[in-house]
Write a protein that binds this ligand. Sequence first.
Ligand code: HEM
Length: 549
Amino acid sequence: MASPTTMIDILLAHPFVVILSTILLIPSVILAYDVYAWYHLPPGPIPLPFLGSNHLIPKSQPWLQFEEWSRQYGGIYTLWIGRKPTLIISDPQIAVDLMEKKSQKYSSRPRMVVMGEVYNGNSSILTQPYGKAWSIRRKLLHQALNPKALRLYKPTQEAEATRLCNALLHNPSGWEKELERFTSSVVFCVAYGHRIDSLKAQVIADRFRFMHFQASLNIPGKYLAETFPFLSLLPTFLAPWKREVQAMGAEEGKANLQLLEMVKQDMAQAKATGNPETVPDSLCKLLLELREKEPVPLSETHFSYVPASLFGAGSDTTASTLCTAFLALITHPSVLRTAQAELDSMIGSTRTPTFADEPSLPYLRALVKETLRWRPVAVLGGTPHASTEPDVYNTFRIPTGTTILGNTWAINLNPAYYPNPHLFNPIRFLSTPELGAMGIEKQPHAGTKTHPAKGAGHSSFGWGRRICPGADLAVNSLFIALAKLIWAYDILSIDGEKYDIFAYTDGFNVRPRKFDCIVRVRSQRHREVLEREQGLAEEWLGRFPAFGE
Ligand code: HEM
């Protein structure tokens, strides 16, 4: 009879059996765990063990394939990015059910090892996990982006929009660059109280360099450390790839500190000359004043990232949305005519529109919403959310650490909410009385379902506690720029030119691929008004020092 130690004896005699069993056991346990999770999550394309659905995801414009899958699997389904389950949401109601109604569980970010941790130690709010460090930054941003503070920026946005219209008198074919200058300057005025006169300013070149570099770190599969985070902890002689990433992160950190120093000096000089009020209101100034009254638990470097986060998040997104408005207007000329008719009847031709006119321009307000809906710039919801607690949704069991990706493309173009979704028609966003004033009895574009966010009516700014803190500032920039541009210009297609309303760039933030169009001032009268108002705009902007080239 074999003694009880026989098995141990065998194992000791044959260590390779132990090694082999371990090699087989660990993956089997991991696989069993994944299969269990997979079985309880919303169904989606069948993943491969360990490799997930990566091989099924197109490298270019994946949101289109995601939308296609939603027709097969419904408003919520699971994709496996390697071993990480990712819920893809294509229905506005489901996005709200999870990321707003249960926001205490769904407000984190997936771990971004290279782009967040190695690049800058997660100094930027965008990549930060949900928790105290994130909420400190979020509260600071709120100080400068709340409704009361936003009123302070309106004169600057008006002046910059006037400057934009004037620049187009001399450079109509350079409209895209002029839009970028406009949004960059608004963001820099809000963040630091300094304006941008030229995209050639060194500070802008630096910002774009940091932004593009950081975005290049987020390409799936580029870094093994995303799958095996311990690799990021190796010293640089064993992980030489870290050198370049950390060097650029350090350079950005230094540049952020310099901008903070610049505002400190502005304030000190103004105080020394007895004119502290001459420093324009900005987020940076506000935060420095706040820090004098109460302690802010952030290091100087982390503190400097708060105003710095505005450019990456707010400039390109707003400019791209304006480019979308141009594409929409040239491909839907009746919308331009209706908006001009509203402006002509409410404003006339002796002055350009201002924010004070907003209540009497419902069609223009609706045009802004329709632009944001029609081609959302943050096409996959910006940065994904991640869950921090286990949850049950419609019998599905969602484990902690699940990535949640709102496919804003599919959400904003969901035909149950927006019939004929690729038709650009601001009328969708008009209320019954507003329609009545246009002689339309009933909403012609009512869907079978109504978007849960009645105010916005679209999902382009994200959800819940992570919703874009700059949304109202962005909407104000869009409104005033489009109001003045449409008042002053005919924005038209070029005869014989073909325009593709689906030709968009790739990446997390998208914009229309380059196209030419006619930007023609509507009359000599409109030109004169623009030239007259330019003086007032320059006078206002004179208080914001300009960055040099
Ligand atoms: C049309 C323009 C814009 C669009 C479409 C947009 C969209 C978004 C989206 C989708 C998110 C992610 C939301 C989520 O995770 O649920 C986001 C985050 C953010 N946005 Fe915007 N945004 C715009 C303009 C701005 C502006 C002008 C600013 C500031 C001046 C700004 C600052 C931020 C910041 C700081 C975050 C990170 C918030 C966090 O992680 O807690 N954005 N934005």
